[in-house]
Design a protein around this ligand. Sequence first.
Ligand code: SF4
Length: 351
Amino acid sequence: MTEQPEIIFEKIAARKKELAGKVLILCHHYQQEDVFRFADLTGDSLKLAREAADSEKYPYIIFCGVHFMAESADILMDDDQAVILPDLNAGCPMADMATVEQVAAAWNELAEVCGGQTVIPITYVNSSAGIKAFVGNRGGSVCTSSNAERVLTWAWTRGEKVFFFPDEHLGRNSSKALGVGDDEIVVWQRGKKLGGNSVEQLVKARTILWNGYCHVHQEFLVEQIDKWREKIPSIRIIVHPESPWEVVRQADYYGSTERIIEAVRQSEAGAVWAIATEVNLVNRLKKQHPDKTIHLLAPTPCTCATMSYITPANLLWVLDNLAQGKVVNQITVDGQTAAGAKLALDRMLEI
Ligand code: SF4
């Protein structure tokens, strides 16, 4: 028999009290409200992992996000801290679009045709620990949606070209913002020989983009921006850089989830916004800023379906087990992978 939500909420609150000092609950901005209400720390993936690593030492970290986020937290935590993902199916489809095997094969093919040139691998933080390690072990760095342009600038001081994983849109948006021309950007299509490019194109390219994408942010369209502007000429449009270039180019502002939150917070009462990011964050901003009018850019909700696998019920299941001294759904990155991934993360922090 399924329990009423209120009963589950009461039980979670009681378990949190019982386990105080032992458990830290981290919630990503895209998490549904019924889970988010129990967060000890909130933020984007890297902010959460770093704040948890810097905070008082809790033996158990429950990450209410997706798999790669829990991996990053495990890499940054001490060995005697356990990171737990309440549902192991909560993955990130975009991160899953770049496997180590695929990337290694592409890397080798590229080396054959661009042998004399230095290629710097860069991975978005939304990638598996294996990809981060691959990049770290080859002199590359992680980047986030807030620092991608800085990291790319750094990469071009060290090599002729950048191989960017897994988000095609963030890589293109950041490259173009830095003045890289369309003829210097190519897309590596998974599964095709030389990624579907000619040798000449690859030799000329400054940015090679893996063709991964986030289905949530890819749903935003230029027509949606046009419609809002026609309806409300004073509306401000802000989009996440995982959205396609045409959308980013037409927006008034673009930036990471943290930047979106800050832009709305700093705007004056009465401001009207249309926001292109995950619907749970947009709905939360609506509630937090009743003095402003906030819309989702798209007409239908854009939800991160896998993030929503984390529910109050499985959060309670984790807490119930911890109360009995049992750790379930622990995410562990093996030492060798963690060391390589940490190289890439540390490089980013130095840049
Ligand atoms: S919103 Fe997109 S990039 Fe973020 S976790 Fe979900 S699928 Fe992955």
